[in-house]
Design a binder for this molecule. Structure first.
Ligand SMILES: CC(C)(COP(=O)(O)OP(=O)(O)OC[C@H]1O[C@@H](n2cnc3c(N)ncnc32)[C@H](O)[C@@H]1OP(=O)(O)O)[C@@H](O)C(=O)NCCC(=O)NCCS
Length: 171
């Protein structure tokens, strides 16, 4: 089992983000400048791992939908083309540089997918989708996400496969 502390809901008034650096500036800026307001306006849900009061890793989940043309064959299989495909977007996932390659990303992914699986029992969603920034495609492939496009930036996994992936990320 992971020894990392559990993730908690991001509280911008209490959690410090000023020193967070993951190597992808877009992800640092989003945490510092936009995660709080998105949380307050119900536009995103962000969960963080803390070291004292500092954020050392985070993930953000939002509801979304994709066209059939933007789905893998597995995700679109059996679904009517008349409707877009409801998904959970893993909009952000990042680990502070000081803690990368220590298993923290796996820990955060496990938590994010667990949340998505829980939400899927109440709100219909077919898959979890991620846009892998900064060369993180291999990280998601490692856990069973399949790429949609040739460059491997957008990846997805069906909700039906989430339980197995969560098991794989345990440890
Ligand atoms: C990508 C990221 C989230 C991975 O987190 P991490 O804590 O460094 O990864 P972990 O230590 O948990 O690694 C888990 C497994 O994934 C592998 N892995 C980690 N990063 C990888 C990468 N970029 N490509 C391929 N595999 C990777 C590890 O080798 C490990 O495999 P193993 O279990 O076989 O040893 C983190 O490096 C990061 O925040 N990078 C910058 C921001 C970013 O690109 N975020 C994704 C955009 S959505």
């Amino acid at each position: 089992m992971s020894t990392w502390p559990g993730l908690v809901a991001f509280a911008p008034d209490h959690h410090r983000t000023d020193r967070f650096r993951c190597g992808v500036e877009q992800l640092d800026v989003w945490l510092r400048a936009y995660a709080g307001q998105s949380q307050r306006r119900d536009a995103a849900r962000t969960f963080v791992v803390l070291e004292e009061d500092r954020v050392i890793a985070y993930c953000t989940l939002v509801a979304s939908e994709i066209d059939h043309g933007g789905a893998t064959s597995e995700v679109r299989r059996g679904l009517s083309r008349h409707f877009p495909i409801p998904v959970c977007l893993l909009a952000r996932l990042a680990v502070d540089e000081r803690h990368q390659r220590t298993g923290l990303g796996r820990h955060v992914l496990r938590h994010a997918l667990g949340r998505a699986l829980q939400a899927a029992t109440e709100v219909g969603m077919r898959a979890v989708v991620v846009d892998a920034l900064g060369g993180a495609s291999g990280f998601y492939r490692r856990f069973g996400f399949a790429p949609v496009d040739a460059d491997g930036t957008t990846l997805m996994i069906t909700v039906a496969h989430l339980a197995a992936v969560i098991g794989q990320t345990d440890g």
